[in-house]
Design a binder for this molecule. Sequence first.
Ligand code: FAD
Length: 450
Amino acid sequence: SPIRSSVIIVGAGVSGISAAKVLAENGVDDILILEASDRIGGRIRKDEFGGVSVELGAGWIAGVGGKESNPVWELARKSGLRTCFSDYSNARYNIYDRSGKIFPSGIAADSYKKAVDSAIQKLRNQEANLESDLLKFSEPSSTPKTPIELAIDFILHDFEMAEVEPISTYVDFGEREFLVADERGYEHLLYKMAETFLLTSEGEIMDSRLKLNKVVRELQHSRNGITLKTEDGCVYEANYVILSVSIGVLQSQLISFRPPFPRWKMEAIEKCDVMVYTKIFLKFPYKFWPCGPEKEFFIYADERRGYYTFWQHMETAYPGSNILVVTLTNGESKRVEAQSDRETLKEAMEVLRNMFGSGIPDATDILVPRWWNNRFQRGSYSNYPIYFNHQIIDNIKAPVGRIFFTGEHTSERFNGYVHGGYLAGIDTSKALLEELREEERKNDSQTFLL
Ligand code: FAD
């Protein structure tokens, strides 16, 4: 017979865990967390690579040192997570061309300034056009053409938007970013959170309210309750569900909803863009790149936009690890996910040889995360257009009957970030608690009338 709980939380990423914690703290104990994979953490995930712990998903605590304190930074400080300050500002002075020459700092700074000015202008035009409803008549802004322009355009738009537009994370929490470099991984924060309300033994979660390897495939909902079916044939019933799966999963066919979501919900889900962001790790027998903090980030300028553009050495995080990381996004991420790691290694080595000469050693190992092809993720994070209709996010967040929604994509101010997921979990549970209290009030008055 089906297992019945008052609330089922689908997904044990940061938002699912923070939502469950708030419920448990408020006396809602008969919760059940169904997680498709064999671990908690979702898009916060470490792996062992080249002798150290690397973060395949979220790597930075973004937004530190500002007027408000980032709650994830607070959690990190409390649990003694090891982090390193990342200073991206020097990256623009380490731009290599295809023949391995570094662009003179004057030229690089000029190109950077031009690109920022042009992006700001473009945004202003968009804003003005949105207001006057004349989107189709927007003035053509200069399009990047040369390798250095393309590289900077990539950094500004696919990587570091904060230079161009005000992003709440940096405005509210501060402009600094800290890379997590801890053997226990970023996910340690989730275990610390889970420990406060789930039974653990020797660092392992032993609580029967967390069920791993439970892929929810069907969700039937009515005014009276919800029935969930998992891939292994189990059936669960609940009064309410909190759905924390990513926007990419909602857009896919992984879960069938009966009846289907109303149109306003479907449309909002379809309108949210999914960003793919891939960090490729490469291990070398020795260092051949310049070291030091001002050399931590470097850029490769190719004729093709986003082609192995953004590089980082891991010497600051893990001295002596001899690891490089290159970041790809969207089309390039999908392309690389579809090919063998051997092919990717060959491409990356060619780019490195362009920058550092033919004498450099081959990488001895490569790690290519596949967030796009992971059916429990379908991308890295949500991306709302800068001037978007706020109704979209309200509709993405709004409950459908007894189904409540959470996840980074439901955070209007902090979508795309770990703290976005964390705060969204808290918000959703608070809204559900309100609903539970309301239901209780109604039941009490009915009993009274009877
Ligand atoms: P998730 O972590 O995706 O949790 C949802 C859970 O639902 C998953 O565990 C999934 O397995 C599960 N699930 C899915 N389908 C089902 C199903 N059918 N049944 C049961 N369970 C299911 N943020 C930062 O702040 N800083 C960064 O530096 C940063 N970099 C990033 C880099 C990459 C490569 C990626 C991928 C993300 C990055 N992010 C970063 C974003 C951050 O990781 C996310 O915003 C956050 O972790 C999302 O948490 P979530 O709980 O909303 O979703």
